[in-house]
Design a protein around this ligand. Structure first.
Ligand code: NAI
Length: 516
């Protein structure tokens, strides 16, 4: 299916942050773009804003001046909806209000030609509901850009109940020719990104609520051990707690109160206090002038071990053995748990450092783990995106572990060149439980036909910059271990929030994968 021809006229209605960005993207691709905003002067102001943004690109040698002039020549602010008649595609980015959007599209139906496509950039309203009053809802779809639209590659193409597949395909192909990475999604609450990303914030908030660590330490673990570009607390501060909390509440309500999406009291309190993040100068962090950013707490330097025993296979952490050897530490191999997959409960091997058992979390707390294997000095470590490259590792000790256990574990990881964050005994530690919950939500989205596995993973890498798609990541960990982590959390907390997706279980039983 071909996208819109460059000669086709595109209209943007609502020229705020998103509308202006979308107009810039369409004009960059060669379209004439008509801009309309109900507020007088707003469309012209949006064009001025684009002109300034492009001037910066020219100053940085990222754009030629003649291209800037040509692009600006394709942007045409108009004074009324009637002027949008020649448009082949209208993208709406007005206020997030169902009735206002419905009214606009009913008006547009009487103005544009029969073949024109109508699209909404809504981030939270059902596409099906906006289209319902239209005479021809089949030509209506969601075209969901991410902020800032000129920079973010992802575009979710949302089909409502009535959307014609050909319309969705045309939008998909058009977004591609605009240099974007489009994905298809069905109109369901949060679409892909705003649904699947919820655990990234929720598990961080949960860890904080359970006093596993402070925001700066937990953020550092997610960045330097998990490989995420930002930690959840600094990201929520950037997004704004009012916005982030409202999205969580709306997704939670839209899924009829499913505990998977339960909002956090901690975040609610920040909103109530007016600590909305960077924009108010305070959120989890204090951005006041002269205030130094809170730093992650690191374990004090501890002695380096000379010998480490390896019992069995360390599952997704097995790469550590080589890293330990390369650090010049003697590795003794001992017989241990099963050397191959499946890696689940009690099947992942262990490292033993001077009597302390060190193993990757499988969703149980260190204390539960110690009780079940009958060894007291147990220290668990977190999932790392890449054990060789990670600059930090999170660890937690069982309640009954001897005093020096943490120092012995920390000494090993420090000898490998890593900083060590000591968390309270959080079941599943932070990176593992976050990735498991992201994969769980992604699997349910696939199970429910919201999007394909490939599109879910693309959405999360292009829309929120995750280092890997959650389903591809779960496969590198082992889907069996991911299900074990979820089951352990489910048992520990007794909460439906941690129920494993039926599709994850099916993949484990069937020995099949999301990606070939
Ligand atoms: P904004 O408040 O910056 O801009 C909205 C613009 O629409 C304003 O200029 C306003 O004057 C105009 N407007 C309002 N009612 C209108 C009407 N009936 N006809 C014509 N113009 C009208 O809002 P923003 O952030 O650009 O959001 C617009 C849409 O994009 C919303 O549906 C929002 O949910 C969605 N969205 C926002 C994202 C964001 O990060 N801000 C990301 C993705 C989607």
């Amino acid at each position: 299916m071909a996208g819109l021809d460059r000669s086709a006229t595109v209209a943007v209605v609502g020229c705020g942050a998103m509308g202006a960005g979308i107009a810039q993207v369409a004009a960059s691709a060669g379209h004439t773009v008509l801009l309309f905003d109900a507020r007088e002067g707003a469309a012209a102001k949006a064009v001025d804003g684009i002109a300034d943004a492009l001037a910066k690109l020219v100053a940085k040698d990222k754009m030629r001046e003649e291209d800037r002039v040509a692009l600006l020549g394709r942007l045409e602010p108009v004074g009324g909806l009637a002027a949008l008649a020649p448009s082949a595609l209208v993208v709406e980015a007005i206020v997030e209000d169902l009735e206002v959007k419905r009214g606009l599209f009913r008006d547009l139906e009487g103005i544009v030609g029969e073949d024109a496509i109508l699209a909404t950039n809504t981030s939270s309203l059902p596409v099906t509901a906006i289209a319902a009053p239209l005479k021809r809802p089949e030509r209506f779809a969601g075209l969901h850009f991410f902020n800032p639209a000129p920079l973010m590659a992802l575009v979710e193409i949302i089909s409502g109940l009535a959307t014609d597949r050909a319309v969705a395909e045309t939008l998909f192909a058009t977004a591609k020719t605009w240099g974007k990475s489009p994905v298809h999604a069905r109109s369901t609450p949060g679409f892909i990104v705003n649904r699947v990303a919820r655990p990234f914030y929720a598990e961080g908030l949960r860890a904080l609520q359970e006093q596993a660590g402070d925001p700066a330490t937990l953020d550092a673990v997610m960045r330097e051990c998990g490989g995420f570009r930002m930690g959840p607390f600094e990201l929520m501060d950037l997004i704004g707690h009012d916005v982030n909390f409202a999205v969580t509440r709306s997704v939670h309500a839209a899924y009829f109160g499913d505990p998977r999406f339960q909002p956090s009291l901690i975040q609610q309190e920040l909103v109530e206090a007016g600590r909305l993040g960077r924009k108010t100068g305070r959120g989890f962090y204090d951005y006041g002038a002269g205030v130094e950013k809170a730093l992650a707490k690191d374990a004090p330097d501890a002695p380096r071990p000379s010998v480490v025993s390896v019992e069995g296979h360390l599952g997704p952490a097995h790469g550590l053995v080589e890293v330990i050897r390369e650090a010049g530490i003697t590795v003794e191999k001992l017989p241990g748990p099963l050397p191959t997959r499946p890696f689940g409960r009690n099947r992942i091997g262990r490292l033993v450092v001077d009597g302390v058992t060190l193993t990757l979390t499988d969703g149980r707390s260190a204390t539960q783990h110690a009780a079940e294997i009958g060894r007291g000095d147990v220290v668990l470590f977190d999932l790392a995106r890449d054990y060789a490259g990670a600059t930090r590792i999170a660890i937690a000790a069982a309640d009954g572990a001897a005093r020096g256990s943490i120092a012995k574990a920390a000494g090993l990881f420090q000898a490998l060149g890593k900083r060590v964050s000591v968390l309270d005994d959080l079941p599943g530690l932070l990176v593992m439980r976050t990735v498991a919950m992201l994969a769980n939500e992604a699997a349910d989205a696939v199970l429910q036909g919201v999007a394909s596995a490939a599109d879910v993973d693309t959405a999360m890498t292009k829309g929120v910059n995750y280092p890997l798609g959650p389903l591809a990541w779960a496969e590198t960990i082992g889907l069996d271990l991911v299900v074990d982590v979820l089951d352990a959390l489910n048992r520990t907390y007794g909460e439906d929030r941690y129920r494993a997706s039926a599709l994850l279980r099916r993949k484990v039983w069937g020995g099949t994968f999301f990606h070939d």
